[in-house]
Design a protein. Structure first.
Length: 356
C-alpha cells in the first residue's frame, strides 16, 4: 500500500483507494458540473476505467481534444474554454484532467484561467505525467515552437496516481517517462539511480514503488521552492539542452519529432558530459550515465548544421535570467549544482562527444 504524499496544499494519492477520497471530496464540495478533459486516446483507453469509480449524481461532461504536443497551444485552450462555456461551466465547476502531460498542462492552465480560476484535479495516465508533469503546479502551453512559454503556477486540488492506466501505454511512451525517473535518481538519490543501472535487464516487478519514490523526490524539491527561485532548478538537469533539442526537432520538417523523454535522455548525456568537463563529475560516473541511458534510448542523429540553431534556442529558454543561459549540472551522482554558466564551445564539444 503506497503512502499518500502531501504537496503544497494538495494530496498526491495512490492506488484505487484514492477514488474513495475523490468521491468524498466531490461530495463535500458543491460543484455544479464535473468536466473531464481527455484526448482521443485517453477517452478510448482510460475513461472506461475511471467512470465506474466516480460515484456522483452531478452532471458529468467529457471534453475531448486531439492528442499530442502540437495541440498544446492557445488555440486548443480557446476550444476548451468555449466548450466549458457552451456546456454551462461556471465558477463552481470542477475540471478533472485525465491524460498525459499535454492534458494535465493544458487542463491546469485552462482551469486556472476560466472565470479567473476553477478547481481542477489531475489523473495522469502516462508514466511521464505520473512522475513529473502532474506534480508541482506548473501548467501551460507552447507558443509556436517555444515550449511552455505561456503558463501559470497553480496547484490542483489533488493528484490521483493509478498505475493501472499504464497497461495500454505504448512502449516508447513508457521510455519517455523513464527518462524523468532516471533524472530524479541522478539529481537527488544515488541509491535510487543504481536501481536503474542495468536498465535493459529489468522487468521492474516493483515498478509502482519506483514510481512512488520518483514522485516523492520531485515533490520534495518542489515543496522547498514552489516558484523556482532556487533548488527547483535542479529539475532542469538534462532539460536546458533537452528542451532546445525537442523544440528544434519539432519545428524542423526534415526531423522526426522526438518524445519529451527522448530529448531529455540526450540532454542528460550532454549535460553530464559538461558536468564532467567542469570537473563536477568523474569520468567513470559520466560513462556510467552515458552507457545506462544509451542502453535504453536510441542515439539521436545530429548534423553539423543543427548545432547553432539548437544553441540559438537555448537563448529563448524561459529559465534564463538576465539573458544568461543557466545549467543545472551534476556534482557527483545524486547531487546537483544550479546556476552554472556554460560557454557555447563546451556545448558544441558535448554534441561531438555524444556522437562518438
Ligand atoms: N508541468 C510540468 O511540470 C511538466 C513536466 C514535464 C513534462 N511536462 C509536459 O508534459 C508533456 C508530455 O507529456 P506526455 O509524455 O505524457 O505526453 P502526452 O500527454 O502527449 O501523452 C503521450 C501519448 O500517450 C497517449 N496516452 C496517454 N495516456 C495513455 C494511456 N494510458 N494509454 C494509451 N495511450 C495513452 C496520449 O494520448 C498521447 O498520444 C509535454 O508537453 C511536457 O512539456 C510538463
Amino acid at each position: 500500500m503506497m503512502q499518500s504524499l502531501t504537496a503544497n496544499g494538495y494530496p498526491i494519492l495512490f492506488s484505487e483507494k484514492a477514488y474513495d477520497f475523490l468521491n468524498t471530496f466531490i461530495e463535500e464540495n458543491s460543484y455544479s458540473t464535473i468536466f473531464i478533459l481527455t484526448d482521443t486516446n485517453t477517452n478510448e483507453y482510460c475513461i472506461s476505467r475511471f467512470l465506474p469509480f466516480l460515484a456522483t449524481e452531478k452532471t458529468i461532461e467529457i471534453i475531448e481534444i486531439e492528442p499530442g504536443e502540437s495541440e498544446k497551444n492557445i488555440t486548443t485552450c480557446v476550444e476548451i474554454w468555449s466548450a466549458l462555456t457552451e456546456l454551462g461551466g461556471d465558477r463552481k465547476s470542477l475540471l478533472i484532467n485525465i491524460g498525459g502531460g499535454v492534458i494535465t498542462d493544458i487542463g491546469g492552465f485552462v482551469a486556472s484561467t476560466f472565470k479567473r480560476g476553477i478547481d481542477f484535479i489531475h489523473i495522469p495516465t502516462t508514466l511521464l505525467a505520473m512522475v513529473d508533469a502532474s506534480i508541482g503546479g506548473k501548467n501551460g502551453v507552447d507558443l509556436g515552437n517555444l515550449k511552455n512559454q505561456i503558463g501559470v503556477i497553480n496547484v490542483p486540488k489533488m493528484v490521483l496516481i493509478d498505475t493501472n492506466y499504464l497497461a495500454t501505454l505504448p512502449k516508447n511512451e513508457m521510455r519517455s517517462g523513464l527518462a524523468e525517473m532516471l533524472k530524479h535518481g541522478l539529481i537527488a538519490d544515488a541509491e535510487y539511480w543504481s536501481r536503474f543501472k542495468e536498465l535493459s535487464n529489468q522487468d521492474y516487478a516493483d515498478f509502482d514503488e519506483l514510481i512512488h519514490r520518483s514522485i516523492e523526490i520531485k515533490n520534495e524539491i518542489v515543496m522547498q521552492d514552489p516558484t523556482e527561485n532556487g533548488i527547483r532548478k535542479a529539475l532542469n538537469f538534462g532539460h536546458t539542452l533537452g528542451h532546445a533539442i525537442e523544440s528544434y526537432f519539432l519545428e524542423n520538417e526534415n526531423k522526426k519529432t522526438l518524445l519529451h523523454g527522448e530529448a531529455i535522455a540526450a540532454g542528460m548525456i550532454l549535460e553530464s558530459y559538461i558536468s564532467w568537463q567542469k570537473k563536477l563529475l568523474s569520468a567513470v560516473e559520466y560513462l556510467e550515465i552515458k552507457n545506462a541511458i544509451n542502453a535504453v534510448f536510441e542515439t539521436i542523429i545530429f548534423e553539423e548544421n543543427d548545432l547553432l540553431p539548437i544553441i540559438d534556442l537555448l537563448i529563448h529558454d524561459k529559465k534564463n535570467e538576465y539573458g544568461k543561459i543557466q545549467f543545472a549540472l551534476l556534482e557527483g551522482i545524486g547531487n546537483i549544482k544550479i546556476n552554472q554558466e556554460v560557454e557555447n564551445e563546451l556545448v558544441i564539444k558535448s554534441f561531438t562527444d555524444y556522437k562518438s
